[in-house]
Ligand binder design. Structure first.
Ligand code: PEP
Ligand code: MN
Length: 347
């Protein structure tokens, strides 16, 4: 829909816009009002190049797209009824919880193994744990492929599916070879389109899921959904959106909590939303409230950093990992809130 900044396009202007959209297989249908006219684009109006050309015209105020640019991720698209299943849970049908250490310490395998058993006991459905870590400081611990063996051993012992972050093609190959169930794309790589495409290609013929974190710097909701479209357009629709707080931070928190984005995501896409309250607020004491807020906003699940002995953990655990007892309490309350919301939705 072309909205001009003049009451009506003159003949030359109408011919120009007709020529532009015609080159993209579309035509123009003027809608003449008493005071102003607008111009509907009939055809597939998703082409960014066409829209950019129209927006560059001096007499065009803006172009509003009626069709979503992310056709597969769209709530009304062909994947609208697709269900993502993880850890025996169909996301959206039951509250899903993924938990575990920020970082797997290759020198202390028991800490991860004990934590895996404890999060299962607390009611979690999947185990998270960083093998490779995107650290702001290049001198901080960067990860170690040996940790992958520990993660998979924890999975074997508990029967829990596992989620771990991959940052490049080598990580991706190793993780898939090891049998990782869910690949995490971190906040720093959320808009790394070549990585998203590599992941999409690598899992096109598998049922591996992807937990796509929201970019660290707040972008429009559309940008987040479009990043997921990069993956699903290659054939595997098992993508889960994960708001995790954005920058600039709210004073006192690690990031700006963004669980309030959930209803906006739900309005536009069918994809399940699993909120990460740990990286959002960045301190164990604040995590329970942030987790419940996410469920109140309609999240389908939570991804929470948890460690049996947070102070012995590496990465974020000493600051933001909750204990298994705290996790158990969060899960109990979150499930109760989930049931209230579900009841409310039926009214
Ligand atoms: C993590 O999950 O430990 C992590 C580094 O996440 P994010 O990419 O959201 O910072
Ligand atoms: Mn972390």
């Amino acid at each position: 829909m072309i909205i001009p900044n003049v009451p009506q396009l003159n003949d030359a202007q109408l011919a120009e816009v007709t020529g532009i959209v015609g080159a993209f297989g579309c035509r123009i249908q003027p809608i003449n009002g008493a005071v102003r006219s607008i111009y509907a684009i009939i055809g597939d109006e998703r082409n960014d190049d066409m829209v950019t050309k129209l927006e560059g015209l001096p007499y065009v105020d803006r172009v509003d797209r009626i069709q979503s640019p992310h056709k597969l991720m769209d709530r009304r698209g062909s994947l609208a009824t697709h269900e993502v299943k993880l850890g025996g849970i169909t996301l959206g049908k039951e509250l899903f919880v993924c938990a575990g250490p920020c970082t797997i310490d290759p020198k202390n395998p028991n800490l991860t193994i004990e934590t895996a058993h404890a999060i299962k006991e607390a009611g979690a459905h999947a185990l998270r744990g960083g093998v490779w870590k995107p650290r702001t400081n290049p001198y901080s611990y960067q990860g170690d492929a040996k940790a992958l063996l520990i993660l998979m051993e924890a999975s074997r012992q508990t029967g829990l599916p596992v989620d771990t972050e991959v940052m490049d093609e080598e990580h991706l190959e190793l993780a898939l070879e090891a049998g990782v169930d869910c690949l995490q794309v971190g906040a720093r790589n959320a808009l790394n389109y070549s990585l998203l495409r590599q992941i999409g290609q690598a899992i096109a013929k598998r049922d591996t899921a992807v937990l796509l974190k929201r970019g660290m710097h707040m972008g429009p909701v559309q940008e987040f959904i479009a990043a997921a479209e990069y993956i699903v357009q290659l054939g595997n629709p098992n993508v889960v959106l994960c708001p995790r707080g954005t920058q600039p931070a709210l004073d006192g928190y690690r990031n700006h909590p963004d669980e309030s984005i959930v209803p906006l995501l739900k309005e536009r896409t069918w994809a399940p939303v699993v909120v990460d309250p740990s990286h959002s607020v960045g301190k164990a004491a604040y995590v329970p409230a942030a987790a419940l807020a996410a469920v109140a906003y309609g999240a389908d699940g939570l991804c929470i950093e948890c460690n049996v002995r947070p102070s012995q953990g590496i990465g974020d655990d000493p600051k933001q990992a909750v204990t298994p007892d705290a996790l158990k309490a969060i899960i109990g309350q979150a499930k109760a809130l989930w049931a209230i919301r579900r009841g409310h939705q039926k009214c």
